[in-house]
Design a protein around this ligand. Structure first.
Ligand SMILES: [Fe+2]
Length: 285
């Protein structure tokens, strides 16, 4: 076991003699994960079938992603990451919605010949390095994320036969959600939440949110409808640029990430053979 970058993330490497990931102690993995929040398993030759089986050991349920990601298994739990080939800015998964998963899982089938690294940031580390001024700003004002959800998207979540009454019922059950139903039955949804979350294990403050990714399309503002100042965005980016850690994928790698602590993103690539699987889940420990 070794450190992965300057944060708490760890790499667990096999001794190279055909080690089986299922021989590792589940309790020890849970304890390690609680303390470090991100584990890369290397040298265990994990591929699609083992990936899901392994993640299931730690999960109470898998969480479906939205339609932009192609489903790669019959029950929709495992997905191919195929949102184009460009750079993906830092974000915690589902952080702009009330459906934020506990954990994000990636598994590398085929790495890109060049680029395509998955990037990650420790939200606790980011928070500790922000200026007092920014901290006060984000503690005092919650963020508002604005979504426009076409009919096809809410049907993807609620089922093909779902009605607007089902949409209302589902949305009314979430805290922080306000919505309007438009004439074309699409839904405009505001989700209000703090940029600073508590980590699932240890209850630490973590800047694991969707701000940097969403501000590029101006889909995030403050709760009082004021914009997030450019100076604050610049400072967040400057701090995060210093703290980026990259996973240079090898075939058979598996990574499990505490989504309450870490943000992730992706480096651009051009190799169309790159195949990275991913899943989101709620944890069972
Ligand atoms: Fe993501």
């Amino acid at each position: 076991m070794d450190s992965l970058g300057s944060n708490t993330g760890k790499i667990v490497e096999s001794d190279g003699t055909g080690s089986d990931i299922f021989q590792l102690s589940i309790t020890e993995i849970m304890e390690l994960f609680k303390s470090c929040g991100l584990i890369l398993f290397r040298g265990f030759a994990v591929h699609q079938q083992q990936f899901k089986k392994f993640a299931e050991q730690f999960s109470s349920k898998f969480v479906r992603d939205d339609v932009k990601i192609r489903t790669d298994s019959s029950d929709g739990a495992i997905h191919l990451v195929d949102e184009g080939m460009g750079y993906i800015a830092p974000h915690a998964e589902g952080a702009t919605t009330p459906l934020r998963p506990d954990a994000v899982w990636f598994c590398c089938d085929v790495p890109a010949a060049d680029g395509g690294e998955t990037l990650f940031w420790d939200g606790v580390q980011v928070w500790s390095e922000l200026s007092e001024e920014s901290k006060q700003l984000f503690l005092n004002k919650k963020n508002k994320f604005i979504h426009n959800i076409p009919v096809a998207n809410w049907k993807h979540f609620l089922g093909e036969n779902a009605t607007l009454a089902d949409v209302e019922k589902a949305l009314n059950s979430f805290e922080g959600v306000k919505y309007t139903i438009n004439d074309d039955q699409s839904v405009t949804l505001d989700y209000v939440c703090s940029a600073v979350v508590k980590t699932k294990y240890g209850n630490e403050d973590s800047f694991a949110n969707g701000i940097v990714n969403e501000q590029r399309t101006k889909k995030v503002i403050f709760e009082d409808d004021s914009p997030i100042p450019d100076a604050a965005i610049d400072e967040i980016k400057e701090v995060m640029d210093r703290l980026t850690v990259a996973i240079s994928w090898q075939s058979g790698d598996l990574v499990m990430i505490d989504n309450s602590r870490f943000l992730h993103g992706r480096q651009a690539f051009t190799d169309s053979r790159r195949k990275i699987l991913f899943a989101n889940s709620m944890l069972n420990f």
